[in-house]
Design a protein around this ligand. Structure first.
Ligand code: SAH
Length: 390
């Protein structure tokens, strides 16, 4: 087994459970190891810390798999995948779609597996996982017996690992449009061309929470994608739902999803840039009792933070302007750089500018099938605030 020795003083984060070792933290590598192979990580003086994937191709040199001296073989991955699947089966009710594996959150760094009814979608975003793809596929097939498995290895982070971007069926070709059940709703998910792996599973619990607040209300779902919040709000009894997105493909599926759930009569879908549409609505007489803001990540990197905060403030300010007194603002950020605290500050500042009083009612994160690794703040990226507006 090759050994990676850390530079002096670099062991604290790893010793406290974090799973990443950066190239700049490594003093030396002893022994032969191929990219994607397994190494032991040790302190400068040689104390054993853990074991994981090694690569020279990425700034993220080691992704730890374990802090225990266990062998990393097929049985190891089978145990980890079994645990991940058993956990979902235990806590997910009334849905046949979930994230089965959430990378580091499941101690399986760089691996994402989503289940959409009988179809699995696989992402191997780290080299160590990618070289083990066939083995992982075999175990997953055993455990979940899927009808088909689709590879969505198109995210740009793959290039940081020196991996090509590709997607396609790995097993059992079929129509990429899959129908899932999520609580009271049904959705069509396009696993081949949809955003991320097809659906925003991370927002499941927040959509359900929002739906309980909107009976008989006029709702605006901004950044609606394929209608997740819109359909659940309509099923929750919303009087009207106006849903806005800039993607015509997403809206086409959103309309089909509204029809599938028998709520199309109360939903209106608008193709527009949310920034423009909110301004237009504020200038018109249109007003809402609930506004949902679920934008794409405005801050993908720390450097983009300043501009991103401006973007979050602008949409929150405009949302406040179209809300009736007593209404709900359900506002989200899926940039890990803009967490709960920053988002809360943004909303507070927007409220001052809009001359509205707001009260924070609930603070939420991602759904339970996206468990956070407590030593890795990076694994917590979604924040959702529910506010009452006067
Ligand atoms: N709320 C959705 C997920 C939203 S993802 C759900 O629960 O499923 C973010 C969406 O914002 C994407 O559909 C993307 O097409 C859209 N989008 C990104 N920038 C936009 C903009 N400036 N105006 C309107 N929509 C935008």
């Amino acid at each position: 087994m090759a050994n990676v020795f850390l530079k002096p003083g670099r062991e604290a984060r790893i010793a406290s459970g974090h799973l990443w070792v950066y190239a700049g933290e490594i003093a030396r590598v002893e022994g032969a190891v191929r990219d994607g192979g397994i190494v032991d990580v040790r302190t400068t003086r040689g104390k054993w810390l853990g074991r994981g994937f090694f690569t020279r191709r990425s700034a993220l040199s080691v992704r730890l798999l374990t802090h225990r001296p266990e062998e990393i073989n097929e049985a190891f991955f089978r145990r980890r995948l079994q645990n991940a699947w058993a956990y979902r089966q235990r806590m997910l009710v009334a849905t046949d779609a979930c994230r089965v594996v959430y990378g580091e959150g499941d101690l399986l760094p760089g691996l994402i597996v989503d289940r959409y009814a009988d179809v699995l979608v696989l992402q191997t975003l780290a080299l160590g996982m990618d070289v083990r793809k066939e083995m992982l596929l075999g175990i997953l097939t055993d455990l979940l017996q899927p009808e088909a498995v689709y590879e969505r290895n198109d995210p740009s982070v793959r290039t940081l690992e020196g991996l090509p971007r590709r997607s396609g069926w790995l097993a059992g070709e079929r129509d990429p449009l899959v129908e899932i059940r999520d609580g009271p709703a049904r959705f069509l998910v396009d696993v081949a061309t949809g955003q991320k792996t097809g659906f925003f599973l991370d927002q499941r619990d927040n959509r359900m929470a929002a739906a309980t607040l909107v009976k008989d209300l006029d709702v605006l779902d901004a950044f609606c994608y394929t209608g997740g919040f819109a359909v659940l709000a309509a099923l929750g009894g919303a009087k009207t739902v106006t849903a806005v997105d800039s993607s015509p493909e997403a809206l086409a599926l959103a309309r089909r999803n509204a029809e599938l759930n028998g709520v199309a009569g109360r939903c209106r879908f608008v193709e527009a840039n949310v920034f423009d549409e909110l301004r237009r609505l504020a200038d018109s007489s249109a007003r809402f009792d609930a506004v949902i803001l679920d934008p794409p990540p405005f801050a993908r990197t720390k450097d983009a933070l300043e501009r991103a905060l401006g973007g979050y403030k602008e949409i929150n300010l405009r949302a406040l302007k179209v809300l009736r007194s007593g209404g709900w603002l359900i506002t989200c950020s899926c940039s890990s750089h803009v967490g709960e605290t920053l988002l809360q500050q943004v909303v507070a500042a927007a409220a001052v500018d809009a001359k509205r009083e707001v009260r924070l009612v609930e603070t939420r994160g991602h759904a339970r099938d996206h468990p956070v690794h407590p030593a890795m703040p990076e694994t917590r990226y979604l924040s959702c605030l529910i506010l009452e507006v006067r």
